[in-house]
Design a binder for this molecule. Structure first.
Ligand SMILES: [Zn+2]
Length: 461
């Protein structure tokens, strides 16, 4: 079996079907019919697989996972920089990228390919990616992943080499099928009020990091703290004194906006956010590793903010692994709330499927229902344990057996070609990781004495 045709009929002993209210229906002995890239019908209680159906013995079938915030091109960076708070971590990341650029080392195209392959092999069928290079859309498409590529843009004050909105608009992209366009003002400490206004009033979907760290709050409140210092020689954007993360964007937020992190939102800011319709992507592994805290889950959930889940960057969170992300969200929220019932496994899985699809503007994804996109993931689970809990508390990407995107085979663990492509991408990623480690050692010795690292293509954040 090497080039399977797309199945028109699947049979699985378990179906995990997200509802529209943070729930997961667990259904047994299910047949899913597929036609023209969509789910043509779902029947349950079918004890034996119909003739011609693809059997998924030992597996649960669920919608493909939605990684609602990632930086796929940073796939080889897991573990390269550690033990630094966000401002210093970001500075080191920029230094290493600048060193790569100065040395003529391409750290993007192979990395994007590796990241995209990790996504599809881990059951992720939709990615909302923020990137600075143009390697990501093609890499996602080649791996079979769909989604949106948000180009990161920065305040022009940071330096003439930084990609500003003007530069992005002057260089429109031709994107491959299945990849939509978006813009991402990086964060309030690298993009200013005018940048946010231009992006938000441009009519397209956009994404931004917001309320991630205590340093960001200090910067917004009175311009103080480590994020107020010049960044590689450029000037930080300026916000009115007393700015708060959500209310400072008043009039700009609606369902086209996707905020990322929201760790440091108080009850007033959460309520202000809920009134806008904008979505919020939680990235708890990155928040935990950088010592930023954890998002106020209970406040956000009760206020009705549209929530999703994302891995963020491998440089700050580790592998592009949505199972690990669900698990840390569950563990972190329960620890923070000192309440073992503060969040359920089903809520975490809902965020990683239906929540991401809705927040990202893909209402026909993240569902197992007639008419929905046939973006599906089959994962082998331990027999006997409750399925949702087994998946969220214990599963790993290597348990993913089959992934369909728009009804087409995108990944099949039984197929040699799938495994060979992943092995090739991982080998390339490992070579890049060794190179990054070498550069990181050199950049550490050199310090940050060079020209503005943002003034090089590889130096952008
Ligand atoms: Zn990010």
């Amino acid at each position: 079996m090497d080039t399977p045709t797309a199945p028109s009929l699947l049979w699985a002993p378990l179906l995990l079907a997200p509802t529209d209210a943070y729930g997961i229906d667990v259904l047994e002995d299910a047949v899913v019919a597929i036609a023209d890239g969509r789910i043509a019908g779902v029947r349950t209680g079918v004890r034996s697989a119909p003739r011609g159906a693809t059997r998924l013995d030992g597996c649960a079938l669920l919608p493909g996972l939605v990684n609602a915030h990632a930086h796929v091109e940073l796939a080889p960076w897991s573990g390269i920089i550690d033990g630094l708070a966000l401002p210093e971590w970001l500075g080191r990341l920029v230094e290493v990228r600048a060193a790569a650029s100065a040395g003529g080392v391409d750290i993007t195209s192979g990395a994007a390919e590796a990241g995209a392959m990790e996504c599809i092999a881990g059951g992720i069928t939709t990615v909302l990616d923020a990137s600075y290079s143009d390697a990501v859309p093609a890499a996602l498409h080649a791996a079979g992943v769909r989604g949106r590529s948000y180009r990161e843009v920065f305040a022009a004050s940071l330096g003439p080499g930084v990609r500003s909105i003007d530069e992005a608009e002057a260089a429109p992209r031709t994107l491959p099928p299945g990849i939509d366009d978006g813009l991402s003002p990086h964060a309030p400490y690298t993009a200013g009020p005018d940048d946010y206004t231009r992006v938000a009033t441009g009519g397209g979907r956009w994404m931004t990091h917001l309320a991630e760290s205590p340093a960001e709050l200090g910067f917004l409140a009175d311009g103080s703290g480590p994020l107020s210092r010049s960044f590689g020689g450029g000037e930080r954007p300026r916000w009115p004194a007393g700015s708060a993360p959500v209310t400072m964007l008043e009039g700009l937020l609606d369902e086209r906006a996707l905020l990322v992190h929201g760790v440091h939102l108080d009850v007033d800011q959460v309520e202000a956010l809920a009134a806008t319709g904008a979505g919020l992507v939680l990235c708890p592994r990155s928040n935990a590793r950088l010592g930023c805290g954890l998002p106020p889950w209970r406040l956000l959930r009760e206020a009705g903010v549209p929530l999703a889940l994302g891995t963020d960057s491998p440089a700050s969170a580790g592998p592009l692994d949505m199972f690990a992300e669900m698990r840390l969200l569950l563990h972190g929220v329960r620890a923070l709330e000192q309440d073992a019932a503060a969040i359920s496994a089903g809520e975490a899985l809902w965020l990683a499927t239906r929540g991401g699809a809705l927040a990202g503007g893909y209402p026909d994804r993240g569902l197992l229902a007639e008419g929905a996109a046939a973006d599906l993931c089959a994962i082998r689970l331990d027999a006997g344990a409750p399925a949702v809990e087994s998946l969220v508390l214990a599963a790993h990407p290597h348990q993913v057996q089959l992934v369909l995107v728009a009804g087409e085979h995108a990944w099949d663990a039984r197929v040699a070609r799938s495994l060979e492509r992943l092995a090739h991408a991982r080998a390339r990623s490992a070579r890049l990781a060794r190179e990054l480690q070498r550069l990181a050692s050199g950049a550490s010795r050199a310090g940050n004495r060079g020209p503005n690292p943002l003034q090089t293509g590889a130096g952008r954040v």
